[in-house]
Design a protein around this ligand. Sequence first.
Ligand code: Z5A
Length: 215
Amino acid sequence: MKSPTPQFISLEGIEGAGKSTQKKALCELLLANGIAFIETREPGGTPHAEAIRSLLLDHTLEAPAAKTELLLMFAARAQHLEMRILPALADGLWVVCDRFTDATYAYQGKGRALPLEWIATLETLVQGDLRPDTTLIFDVPVDVGLERAGKRGDLDRIELEDWAFFDRVRRGYRAIAEANDRRVLWFDASQDMESVTDAMYKKLMSRWGFSCRPN
Ligand code: Z5A
């Protein structure tokens, strides 16, 4: 039986983990099962929030202080939630979001070493009780993620961080998965794309009671 309430789904991982690739496959699964949904991303998802994203990822400006980065992430999130995510859920649409607040815990909390209590306070302020219903974390060794992302070229400001930064972020995601085992589904994304998609379909079809796989 399909889940009666619209689901809020987030996808996470270090850069080059394959979130965007698997997000496409996830959307095909939803379509095949007759689910109406919106696709969005963070930071971004509305014109205002996309403007904040441009500021955040611009490597031609001076680097923002870690606190500035944190506050801008939540400023974009407040706008995105109010203008896009909450109205979609209220209309009965599922929401598929490339990154959400787990990224803040992993990148600003673990990567930049900002206190996790600050993030928790901002999370409550901006989101109240709202959390994703399902979070897919795609895990790859840092070398693999950086190599994949490097092939795309044109790296943004955060993508230019070093190996140790992404290793802290990766460990941050591991801690999130361990602390939230009902919400988080963990995938070994170092396998080929088809194998990762197959593992994702198996877990999600069982979780949501879906019967159709995309052709
Ligand atoms: N950020 C933050 O710091 N705090 C926050 O609160 C939030 C975000 C919300 C923008 O995110 C940045 O914002 C991000 C974190 C920060 N910076 N970093 N790093 P983004 O999601 O827009 O950017 P991204 O993480 O850099 O996305 P990405 O590099 O596009 O990664 P991806 O979506 O996971 O990968 P992909 O585009 O699907 O795949 C990358 C390449 O690998 C591509 O050529 C694929 O064809 C290939 N690929 C994918 N899967 C495979 C497999 N399985 N095998 C082989 N090759 C593969």
